[in-house]
Every structure is written in structure tokens, then in C-alpha cells.
Design a binder for this molecule. Structure first.
Ligand code: 5AD
Ligand code: SF4
Length: 474
């Protein structure tokens, strides 16, 4: 039987958690008075844009409870919002926990918490309980909204609290948020994934696909715009599956059309569409839009139809090529980027050649290339023919160098154009420059000061430096 999911925010649950925030605020105030100083908290994000958005929610709650937010992990409360898509993200967390333990020994007030995708795995919980007993609180992706409640429990008890749910039907938004950027924001339009690619752990740790009501999304974006946001990134594992479980079905192109009407909003991005769900209605809505950014991230994963089948991706090499070349023709100024996995079980040099062929034909504007990582519990993990590391290394380098060459060629094609650039901040290496992004996501640096941050300005693309431009305002 198909589970019934909520599509609207649960206002009763929001009220409950707000009450716990108030309780948490009292606890923090008391401790702070005893210590004779303000308490600090640090939220560290691993992984994707979804996690980044969740971290903004967690930071908002901590700030409301009276913590001073900091980037220093030597603080009174440290929360790791983890990722488990590839094993190296997990290893990084274990490594960093060791350092936190040393800090904790010197700070009696210090509390350590873990949440996010990694904590949804049983093996991780066992390891934390056995080898990292100094951790105070562990919670998962489905009960992230219950953080205020769990925080209060943690402060009242000395034992490690572990609270992981298998799934949830609830959507709880509208709790306090601290945004990293005043002028741009992620917006969750859906949660979870139903695709079950055989290498991917996401469907197991993020649960089944659930969409939010369009009215709630629109309302959130309108409020963000009132608050100074110019660009939104619509977030979901498969944004073009949006709306399937809604009582009144809305498609992703329809949602985009509605968001386009929001006055004051200037840019709309989305992440990530699934290739075989990218229909002509998407192309139409992008063609007719003045706000949707000229960037589509379309994960290829592999260029070999044989491997795609084993990956349970629902398209062939030819179907992907047809779509990508159609996008190039219909939306010529749109940047196409992708994800590629190298070393999937059973992959051979012939399969890699197919992937290289797709890269050559599509000329991606950029690509993230990943070495296949075996994730316990996924079908691919028990496939017999895992690939030798030595082969993977050679293939990976070959894919990477072709991808980089294409990215450079595509970037160079923009030479001498004038582009709208949303200024994101002061350049990290040269304070006389500011850094911003074009609609197609290309980075541009040009002379300017902090008064430009958050503005969209016209910049001439004077000097191509590989993957980015140096320019000046025009
Ligand atoms: N190994 C390597 N890369 C993976 N990805 C997802 N799962 C794995 C895995 N087990 C990559 C895919 C996906 C991106 C977010 O991460 O390319 O598109
Ligand atoms: Fe993972 Fe595939 Fe779902 Fe993307 S579509 S989250 S790769 S299962």
C-alpha cells in the first residue's frame, strides 16, 4: 500500500518545537550566566545543497536559543550535519570527531551532536556508540525538525541520546532560520528519492519522495523576497518528479511558471533534474522565462547503456545524447553540467570509452567526476565484479582531463560578452575584487567593493582564466 504523506507543514508540531526552543533558551541563558560569557555553537555541513539548507535551519534554532554562531569547532556546541553519499565523507567525520574529543576534554560545557544522512545507517550508529561515546546526541534526517526537543533532552541527561527514525510523513517548515547569504537561498520543494539507482544510498537515508504544496513553496519564496532574496535554488533529489504525490497534481514546469510570477524575485535555479523526466514542457518553460537561470545540471553517471542499465538509470546513451543535443539546440546559451561515476562494478575500458564519447559530443560546461564508492545495503555493493583500483585511477584521470578541456573550451566561448552577474562577496585572494556568478553559473571576478554584494550588475568578460573570467563593470 502506498503511504499517505503530508504535503503541508504541520503547524501543531511547529508550535511544540517553538516551545522547546524557549526551554532551550532558558537552559543556555543559565549556563551562560554561570560561565560568565556567551556560549558559542558551530554547525559544520558536509555534502549537498539540501544539507546546507538543513544547516541553516539548525543554525537558526541555535541562534534563537541564545548561542553565538561561530565557524570555530572549538566551541560549546558542535553539530556535524553529515553526508554518506560516498565513503570518504564518512571517513572525514570520524577523523574530525577525534579532534572534537580533545577540545571536549578541555571544555566541560562542550556538547557534540551528529545528524544528517550518515546517521541513518545502522553501521554508523553502532560505531559511534562503540568508539565515539563522547558524542552527546545523534539524530537523523527524518526528525531534523525535532532538534529543539532533542537538544533539551540532551542538556538534561548525561547519556548519549540516539534518536533515528525509519521514515516520516510530516513536513515541518517555518522554524527559525539563519541564512548564509542574505541575497540567495535554497528552498526545499520535495524530499527523498524513489529512483533507487543501484549505487546510491540516498533513497535509504532520505526516504520516499514527498513534495510540498505549491502554495507553501510560493509563500516561502515571497517571504524570502521580502527579506532581500533575489535568487532561489529549488531543491530536490529529482526536481522534475515534483508534484506526483500532491492531492492536486502540479508538475515541475507548472511550479516554475508560478514561481516566475513572484514580483521582486530575479533568478530561479533548480537542482537536480533526472534526464528521462526532462520533457518538452521543461524546455518550453525555460525558453519563455526571464528568471530561470541558464544552467541545467543533468547527471549522466555513465555513457554506456550497459552500465546505465546495471545502475538502474532509466535511459540509454542514445536517449541521453538526444536530450542533451536537443537542449543545446533549443536553449543555446544554457550551460549543461553533469555528474559522472567511474569504476562502477563490471565497468570496462569499452564502457569508459562510451562515457568519453558522450562528453565529447555534449561538450559539458562542467562535470563532477566521482570514483565509485561502495555503499553497504545498495544493490551495487553486492555485485561480484568490483573494478580494480589501478584501472579506476587511469580511467578517472582520462575522464577528468577531457571534462576539464571541455569546460575550458566552453568558458572561453563567452569571451568579450557582457553578462549579468550576481555579486556574492569580496574575492578571497584580492580584496580589491568582488566575485559573482553569471546566470549560467560561471564565476566572474571584477573590481568592486562590498556595497555591490547582493546586486546584479553588468560585467564585461575581458579575460578568460580557464574556468572563470576577470572583467569590469560596464
Ligand atoms: N559512488 C560514487 N558516486 C556516487 N554518487 C551517488 N552515489 C555514489 C556512489 N556510491 C554521485 C552521483 C550523484 C552525485 C550526487 O553523487 O554522481 O549524481
Ligand atoms: Fe541517488 Fe539516483 Fe535518487 Fe539521484 S536519482 S538520489 S543518484 S537514487
Amino acid at each position: 500500500m502506498r503511504e499517505i504523506f503530508d504535503t503541508k507543514t504541520d503547524t501543531e508540531e511547529v508550535a511544540r518545537q517553538l516551545a522547546f526552543i524557549e526551554e532551550g533558551r532558558k537552559i543556555v541563558a543559565e549556563l551562560s550566566e554561570k560561565a560568565g560569557r556567551k556560549l558559542t555553537a558551530c554547525v559544520v555541513t558536509f555534502g549537498c545543497q539540501m544539507n546546507a539548507r538543513d544547516s541553516e535551519k539548525l543554525s537558526g534554532i541555535l541562534k534563537k536559543m541564545g548561542y553565538v554562531l561561530t565557524e570555530d569547532e572549538n566551541s560549546d556546541f558542535v553539530l556535524y550535519n553529515t553526508c554518506t553519499v560516498r565513503d570518504n565523507a564518512n571517513q572525514k567525520v570520524y577523523g574530525k570527531l577525534g579532534t572534537l574529543n580533545a577540545y571536549k576534554k578541555r571544555n566541560k560545557l562542550m556538547k557534540i551532536a551528529l545528524c544528517g544522512c550518515m546517521t541513518q545507517e545502522e553501521v554508523v550508529i553502532e560505531k559511534i556508540q562503540k568508539s565515539y561515546s563522547f558524542v552527546d546526541l545523534v539524530f537523523g534526517t527524518h526528525n531534523l525538525y525535532a532538534f529543539p526537543e532533542l537538544f533539551v533532552q540532551m542538556m538534561q541527561r548525561d547519556l548519549m541520546i540516539v534518536d533515528i527514525w525509519e521514515s516520516t510523513t510530516k513536513i515541518v517548515e517555518d522554524l527559525p532560520i539563519v541564512r548564509k547569504y542574505p541575497f540567495k537561498s535554497g528552498v526545499n520543494i520535495m524530499f527523498g528519492c524513489d529512483k533507487f539507482c543501484t549505487y546510491c544510498i540516498v533513497p535509504y537515508v532520505r526516504g520516499r519522495e514527498r513534495s510540498r504544496e505549491p502554495e507553501e513553496i510560493i509563500c516561502e519564496i515571497k517571504n524570502l523576497v521580502k527579506d532581500g532574496v533575489k535568487e532561489v535554488m529549488l531543491l530536490g533529489q529529482n526536481v522534475n518528479s515534483y508534484g506526483k504525490n500532491l492531492p492536486e497534481k502540479t508538475t515541475f514546469p507548472e511550479l516554475l511558471h508560478m514561481i516566475e510570477q513572484i514580483e521582486g524575485l530575479e533568478r530561479i535555479r533548480f537542482m537536480t533534474p533526472y534526464p528521462s523526466d526532462f520533457g518538452d514542457d521543461m524546455i518550453e518553460v525555460m525558453k519563455n522565462s526571464t528568471k530561470i537561470c541558464k544552467h541545467i545540471h543533468l547527471p549522466l553517471q555513465s555513457g554506456s547503456s550497459r552500465i546505465l542499465k546495471r545502475m538502474n538509470r532509466r535511459y540509454t546513451k542514445e536517449q541521453f545524447l538526444d536530450l542533451a543535443l536537443k537542449l543545446r539546440k533549443e536553449l543555446p546559451d544554457v550551460a549543461l553540467t553533469t555528474d559522472i561515476i567511474v569504476g562502477f562494478p563490471g565497468e570496462t575500458k569499452e564502457d569508459i570509452d562510451e562515457t568519453l564519447d558522450v562528453i565529447r559530443k555534449v561538450q559539458f560546461d562542467n562535470a563532477f567526476t566521482f570514483i565509485y564508492s561502495k555503499r553497504t545495503g545498495t544493490p551495487a555493493a553486492s555485485m561480484p565484479d568490483q573494478v580494480a583500483e589501478t584501472d579506476i585511477k587511469v580511467w578517472f584521470d582520462e575522464v577528468l582531463s577531457l571534462v576539464q578541456q571541455c569546460a575550458k573550451d566552453r568558458t572561453a566561448m563567452l569571451q568579450d560578452q557582457v553578462a549579468d552577474v550576481l555579486v556574492e562577496g569580496i574575492n578571497e585572494h584580492d580584496a580589491s575584487l568582488v566575485t559573482g556568478r553569471m546566470s549560467n553559473n560561471t564565476l566572474v571576478h571584477f573590481p568592486g567593493d562590498k556595497s555591490l554584494i547582493g546586486q546584479i550588475v553588468k560585467v564585461s568578460l575581458d579575460e578568460c582564466r580557464g574556468f572563470y573570467y576577470l572583467g569590469k563593470r560596464v
